[in-house]
Design a protein around this ligand. Structure first.
Ligand code: G6P
Length: 614
């Protein structure tokens, strides 16, 4: 949700900023802009992608070359439509301060009114522009306080969330940075510093980073950086190491990041298990929760909070933990949980699941649960993310950077982690070592089975050709496959813009059946489990209303072959493992339908990878 980059050093800032923005485009992509200091303060911003911004800059007379300090932004609109004037950076009236912002200024209208009454003119409809004028106003009234103090004073008036990067012609040797609610990282190079929303634009230059915490500011100069609280207390921050390589954030020969990430799943699932699963001994070792294991096992209830795809993984987690560990589980949308005054006790465990580790609603749910005394555990992909840092204990998914906006490998990694967690919670309580061994053995065979499914990619493309013009789709599954149906439908709607709904198969007759006719493709997940026979009856019901049926079935299933228009076969698996397999063809189906429709699958319209605003 908006990408921020900043640079100060001795290299060509404009080029570095454009490259950095391209790496961050998955965070937002409706407009982009950069500002550099090169004797003057030059800003260029426009509607559209970073690629388009680059083209304009290459053609234009905008003199950005030679600048060695600058800031850049790629936007995901919150306040104000995507257009040139609403793009960042925003400037003060005399063009001496440029600011980029990720987040939402909640009291912007009060501040704006006050600034207008003082004669300030606004060029955009954004909440962000208020900040640059507010800083200008404070600094102009008391020029002696300087840049840093002016920003600090301005932030005292601001309610809401921000990640900020600001440069000024009046003090052209520094970048002032501040964070409250929106992530920011400083990369430490050799005589140069990088600032970004996450490690993706930094990793090709340096792996040494400092993560800013909420309520912190950084003053970054060419030869040093200082981190202070907004109250002006200097902080001694730990320097961390980025945990991924540049190759992991490149397409590696695939047409899209999403396809690459789908195909990475066999390796990712192995990585999730690596060092954690000891097959011979029937042991799972989850280092990040070891110290809290007794408390976790004694919890009276588990509440899982997440958003989007992570919420779907959470639903599968509910089934797994209840089945294996016999601990009651509730799954909540983080956005609902935080506002519905939930009952949370000290005996509860709240698990927050988030790929990015930055989702605003999930973070708020975490903080609420912590306040109420629950044990808060995280399942995150991005190492060092805010959620990972604020949870008491947790498990990383180790899926590697996920760039495609629609989540694929992070989902199967989350489900695998939840499977390992459920087994860990069962051990010595509800499950014997031998049983555990059997479950682990089956799990360790999953990457190979996923590999087999991926080999059907071209066949799935052929099926997709039949459905690329569909206007609606229904996804049906039961038991463990119900959350997979939800996830399949989400994938399709996110990237192809076809309206799609997931339902528990048995619920079809309570409403969705009314929609079925010859134009309605219905995707059934009909793998062999205890509701298989009932799902077959549901397929019959759809067929008799002329609906088109695409089924995901187990290899060798002739019964489904007889009933469905198209079948995608997957290897047999027990019900708890099935989602890890049935999700894969649905990802590929959505991917192919979307590409056949000419959609930008990596950057679908209106979406953002990391939703850091409510
Ligand atoms: C956005 C993304 C989804 C993601 C959801 C939750 O909507 O587009 O792909 O599932 O946020 O994100 P998180 O990072 O918390 O898993």
């Amino acid at each position: 949700m908006c990408g921020i980059v900043g640079y100060i050093g001795s290299r060509d800032a404009a080029e570095l900023l454009l490259n950095g923005l391209q790496r961050l485009e998955y965070r937002g992509y409706d407009s982009a802009g950069i500002a550099v200091l090169n004797g003057g303060l030059t800003v260029h911003k426009q509607k559209g992608s970073v690629g388009e911004l680059r083209e304009t800059l290459e053609k234009s007379e905008a003199h950005m070359q030679g600048a060695t300090i600058g800031i850049g932004h790629t936007r995901w609109a919150t306040h104000g439509a995507p257009c040139d004037s609403n793009a960042h950076p925003h400037m003060n009236s005399d063009g001496t301060i440029a600011l980029i912002h990720n987040g939402i200024i909640e009291n912007y209208s009060v501040l704006k009114k006050d600034l207008i009454s003082k004669g300030y003119e606004f060029k955009s409809d954004t909440d962000s522009e208020v900040l640059v004028h507010l800083i200008d106003n404070i600094w102009s009234e008391k020029p002696e306080i300087g840049f840093e103090a002016a920003v600090r004073a301005a932030l005292y008036h601001v309610e809401g969330a921000y990640g900020l990067c600001i440069i000024s012609l009046r003090e052209p040797d520094k970048v002032v940075v501040a964070r409250k609610g929106s992530p920011l990282v400083i990369g430490i190079g050799d005589g140069e510093y990088f600032i970004a929303s996450d490690g993706a634009p930094i990793v090709e230059h340096t792996k040494k980073v400092v993560y800013l915490s909420d309520g912190e500011m950084a003053i970054v100069k060419r030869d040093a950086y200082t981190i202070k609280t907004i109250e002006n207390i200097e902080q001694d921050k730990h320097v961390s190491e980025i945990d991924f390589d540049i190759t992991e954030i490149e397409k590696g020969g695939f047409e899209h990041f999403m396809l690459k990430e789908i195909f990475e799943q066999p390796t990712v699932l192995q990585d999730v298990m690596r060092g954690r699963v000891r097959l011979e001994e029937g042991q799972v070792r989850l280092g990040g929760i070891e110290d809290y294991l007794d408390r976790l096992k004694l919890s009276s209830r588990v509440i899982i909070c997440a958003c989007g795809t992570s919420w779907h993984a959470g639903l599968i987690g509910e089934y797994l933990i209840e089945e294996f560990a016999r601990i009651p589980v509730e799954v909540d949308y983080a956005s609902e949980f935080r506002y519905r005054n939930p009952v949370i006790t000290k005996d509860d465990v709240v698990i927050v699941i988030s790929q990015s580790g930055e989702t605003a609603d999930t973070l708020a749910a975490l903080r609420l649960a912590r306040e109420k005394g629950a044990l808060v555990m995280g399942i995150c992909n991005v190492v060092g993310s805010t959620i990972a840092r604020e949870t008491l204990c947790g498990i990383y998914t180790h899926a590697g950077p996920e760039i495609g906006v629609a989540s694929t490998k992070a989902f199967t990694a989350q489900v695998t982690v939840l499977y390992l967690l459920a087994l860990t919670l069962s051990k010595g309580r509800t499950m014997s070592r031998d049983e555990l061994k059997l479950y682990l053995k089956e799990l360790s065979g999953v990457p190979g089975k996923v590999e087999r499914i991926l080999k059907q990619n071209s066949m799935i493309l052929q099926i997709a050709e039949n459905y690329k013009d569909a206007r609606n789709c229904l996804y049906l599954g039961r038991g463990y496959n119900f959350p997979v149906a939800l996830e399949g439908a989400l994938k399709l709607k996110e990237i192809s813009y076809i309206h799609a709904e997931g339902y528990p198969a048995a619920e079809m007759k309570h409403g969705p059946i009314a929609l079925i006719d010859e134009d309605m493709p219905v995707i059934f997940i009909a793998t062999r489990d205890n509701s298989y026979a009932k799902v077959l009856s549901n397929i019959e019901e759809v067929r008799s209303r002329k609906g088109k049926v695409i089924a995901i079935a187990n290899e060798g299933d002739e019964e489904v072959d007889r009933l469905a228009d198209h079948v995608i076969y997957i290897p047999a698996a027990s019900a708890p493992v099935a989602p890890l397999l049935s999700a894969i063809p649905l990802q590929l189906l959505a991917y192919h339908i979307a590409t056949l429709r000419g959609c930008n699958v990596d950057r679908p319209r209106n979406l953002a990878k990391s939703v850091t605003v409510e």
